[in-house]
Design a protein around this ligand. Structure first.
Ligand SMILES: Nc1nc2c(ncn2[C@@H]2O[C@H](COP(=O)(O)OP(=O)(O)OP(=O)(O)O)[C@@H](O)[C@H]2O)c(=O)[nH]1
Ligand SMILES: [Mg+2]
Length: 303
């Protein structure tokens, strides 16, 4: 029996839990089954109560108090504990049929997606351990407001790419909170961020304005000695670093984004279609027998 899932990841406050909630609402409206797993041991409140909550295994608060750890060290401890108690997941997920979409709501600590090897081990367990064998899609969220600062946008994109390379499962990247930038950024400009390339640094309006204010040409700017600049985040080494990161992202050519507006039912539906395609959800579904009331609904639609 195949199982299907999506792991919702991304930096702190990217809108992961909000997206999970709107995905669940959308699935329910479309009469689809889902199973919501909260894996954030610090999460307090939920729009939909989780079907499985890591806090029933271990709570970050307890770990911090008893082990004397801070929030980030505490989180890593919680995940190590989860990895030693994987029955907690197996027992809850084992009986789910292929109809279910299992939604994993992840914490926002960036180290989980960059260099700590716990998440690859967890994903390997979920996807390749004999008993669960979940067809999993990773959904990495980045706040659309990052596009306002292009250096920040590339840094965020690098973290998305790092997660893609580390996890080795089908992966989609999502620019969340589109409602916050919709009115500020022109559609044509926004499109360029969906498949990021180095050109975004060449015509960065902030950089152009700064050069104008300082009265330097682009060539003079490039040739400037890094020691001449007092501001680390504006100096030429900073620009070179950004360019190197942007080049790396462009050369790998792995990251492109989908747009998400959680208030818009169609937008959530479109993302769900991508997830379904990634994990080939529909191919595995048995033809369903309609219940009597669903027959009535169909009759009404047919008129
Ligand atoms: N305007 C707007 N705000 C949003 C959207 N999605 C989330 N938010 C807000 O952003 C904040 C963080 O949202 P969460 O869904 O908790 O983000 P998260 O990624 O789960 O956060 P952590 O689990 O703490 O890493 C909350 O105040 C949300 O109300 C969105 O699409 N638009
Ligand atoms: Mg959350």
């Amino acid at each position: 029996m195949s199982k299907f899932g999506v792991m919702v990841m991304g930096p702190a406050g990217a809108g992961k839990s909000t997206f999970c909630a709107s995905l669940i609402t959308h699935l329910q409206l479309n009469r689809r089954s889902c199973f919501y797993v909260n894996l954030d041991p610090a999460a307090e409140s939920f729009e939909h109560a989780p079907d499985l909550d890591i806090k029933d295994l271990i709570s970050l608060q307890d770990v911090m108090e008893e082990m004397g750890l801070g929030p980030n060290g505490g989180l890593i401890y919680c995940f190590e504990f989860l990895m030693e108690n994987l029955d907690f997941l197996t027992e809850a997920l084992d009986s789910l049929t292929e109809e279910y979409l299992i939604i994993f709501d992840m914490p926002g600590q960036i180290e989980l997606y960059t260099h700590v090897p716990i998440l690859p081990a967890l994903v390997k367990f979920l996807t390749r351990s004999g008993s669960l064998d979940i067809r999993l899609c990773a959904a990495y969220l980045l706040e659309a407001t990052f596009i306002v600062d292009r250096a920040k946008f590339f840094a965020g994109t690098l973290s998305a790419m790092s997660a893609m390379i580390m996890l080795e499962v089908p992966h989609i990247n999502i620019l969340s909170k589109m409602d916050l930038v919709k009115d500020q950024v022109r559609k044509k400009d926004l499109k360029r961020f969906l498949t990021p390339d180095t050109g975004l640094l060449d015509d960065d309006p902030d950089e152009i304005a700064r050069r104008k204010a300082e009265g330097v040409t682009e060539e003079e700017d490039e040739a400037a000695n890094p020691q001449d600049k007092d501001a680390v985040m504006r100096g030429s080494s900073f620009r070179q670093l950004n360019r190197a990161v942007a080049n790396l992202i462009e050369n790998f050519s792995m990251v492109s984004y989908l747009k998400l507006d959680v208030q818009d039912e169609d937008s959530v539906g479109a993302i769900l279609s991508y997830i379904d395609d990634c994990i080939q959800y529909h191919e595995a579904q048995e033809p369903k027998e309609l219940k009597d009331e669903e027959f009535d609904d169909m009759d009404e639609i047919d008129g």
